[in-house]
Design a protein around this ligand. Structure first.
Ligand SMILES: CC(C)(COP(=O)(O)OP(=O)(O)OC[C@H]1O[C@@H](n2cnc3c(N)ncnc32)[C@H](O)[C@@H]1OP(=O)(O)O)[C@@H](O)C(=O)NCCC(=O)NCCS
Length: 152
């Protein structure tokens, strides 16, 4: 059975293997270890009977969150795992706002404009386009800045 739960140190080897397979600019083991347990950091894994089927990292601060990473192993894509992970982040952020006595906040993310799968996922969750940073990731690879309005 697939559940979403907080990541632990024990998840890191599997997460790092997925990270290496998914990203040219993979985060290091040290970066992941440092992120774990950091104040305001949300780090969730999709745990399918002990096997990592995806993960998401976000940072919550005051009335904003930033989505830093989301990945699902290639063999498990289009099963709704990415959407579940990101929906959970937005729900947790709503709880974070409530706990601070706030009624509204914003989510932010930056994505390569040549990543249609991720952009489609973000739009499905409700993120809208805000601006484009031309050639941000190198010649011809723009960054798209997207935002989500969150209400408690
Ligand atoms: C982006 C990513 C996390 C999506 O995860 P996923 O589990 O496959 O996504 P889901 O199955 O939850 O898809 C949810 C919605 O996103 C959209 N979507 C996801 N993959 C898509 C694709 N390849 N093409 C078009 N739309 C896509 C669809 O709207 C989909 O809803 P639908 O299946 O009802 O049509 C996954 O493709 C991935 O890990 N990519 C590599 C890492 C990466 O680029 N991360 C983002 C940058 S940090």
């Amino acid at each position: 059975m697939l559940i979403l739960r907080a990541a632990t140190k024990r998840d890191l080897p599997e997460i790092l293997a997925i990270e290496e397979a998914c990203f040219d600019d993979a985060w290091s083991a040290d970066s992941y270890a440092e992120f774990l347990g950091g104040r305001g950091n949300s780090f969730l894994v999709a745990d399918d009977d002990g096997v990592c089927a995806g993960y998401v990292l976000a940072r919550f601060a005051v009335d904003e969150f930033e989505l830093l990473r989301i990945a699902v192993p290639a063999a498990r894509r289009r099963e709704g795992i990415g959407e579940s992970l990101l929906s959970r982040v937005t729900r947790d952020f709503g709880d974070f706002l409530s706990a601070a006595g706030l009624e509204a906040g914003k989510g932010w993310l930056e994505v390569r404009s040549d990543n249609p799968a991720a952009i489609a996922l973000y739009r499905k969750i409700g993120f809208g386009d805000r601006s484009v940073r031309k050639d941000y990731y190198g010649p011809g690879a723009d960054a798209l800045l997207m935002a989500l309005d969150c209400f408690v």
